[in-house]
Design a binder for this molecule. Structure first.
Ligand code: GLP
Length: 245
């Protein structure tokens, strides 16, 4: 496990953006997994800016997001499809057929999970997964307790996130919400993982995920077992591990 700590949030955003750019230019048919959220917004903007200034060939690049909310329309601004499309895909001229996302509505989500994985596999498997981390250590939407061998599935959301989505979408309290997420084993099958976190609010969970035991209680701790994983942080997120690694 390689740990990279950037001095400021902006330095972090730039470094994270270059992980994506680097993968795209070194392998023009790269298959890249992304994450949504506050952590990735600026980095996606920087990737778009770099592409605009120094355009390179993206016609063979495939991108997907590690997860997607289920039972909400893609037009909801919090849908992962919309976020990744608006923040990156449209700016980089990535062909529609190279943007792999599961549908948000389906009669058979188990099948959608298999199709999603199949589409990634058909392109040679994922080269890079940019992986955010939730406050409770979730990766994708895999919550604490999820077995590491779990394949891509529809998981409950973490309660804090679910509360926000319910508020923003005004759905009834019993309306079924969840998230189709790559399973932990599928994430681990990616050739390179870049786990990213910035800001003080991530300091406690980073300490647990990076220095604590590998346990399903902290899903992100599994990346300690990955042969090609970089943990990319800013100093605020790294504050509890600095001097201990
Ligand atoms: C959500 C997403 C995750 C993301 C996490 C962190 O749960 N489904 O993929 O990693 O949020 O989000 P943020 O960067 O906003 O802290």
């Amino acid at each position: 496990m390689k740990i990279t700590i950037m001095k400021t949030e902006h330095d972090f955003d730039v470094a994270a953006a270059w992980r994506i750019i680097g993968q795209m230019v070194s392998k023009p048919d790269a298959v890249i997994g992304l994450s949504t959220g506050e952590t990735t917004k600026n980095m996606h903007q920087i990737v778009s800016d770099i592409y605009k200034s120094y355009t390179f060939d993206t016609s063979g690049v495939t991108v997907f997001n590690v997860d997607e909310l289920t039972n909400l329309d893609r037009s909801y601004p919090g849908s992962c499809y919309t976020m990744i499309y608006e923040q990156l895909v449209k700016n980089l001229n990535i062909p529609d057929e190279n943007f792999i996302m599961p549908p948000t509505f389906s009669e058979d989500f188990d099948q959608e999970c298999r199709i999603f994985e199949q589409r990634i596999k058909q392109r040679g498997g994922a080269d890079l997964q940019m992986l955010g981390i939730g406050w409770n250590g979730h990766i994708g939407i895999n919550q604490p307790g999820t077995p590491f061998e779990r394949q891509t599935w529809v998981s409950p959301m973490d309660p804090v996130f679910e509360e926000r989505v319910r508020r923003e979408t005004n759905v009834a309290p019993d309306y079924p919400l969840g998230g189709l997420t790559r399973g932990i084993i599928n994430i681990m099958q990616t050739r390179n993982i870049c786990l990213i976190a910035k800001g003080e609010s991530k300091a406690d969970i980073i300490e647990k995920a990076v220095l604590g035991p590998v346990t399903t209680d902290i899903p992100a701790s599994v990346v300690q077992l990955h042969p090609n994983c970089e943990i990319l942080l800013d100093e605020a997120a790294a504050q509890k591990i600095i001097g201990r690694i």
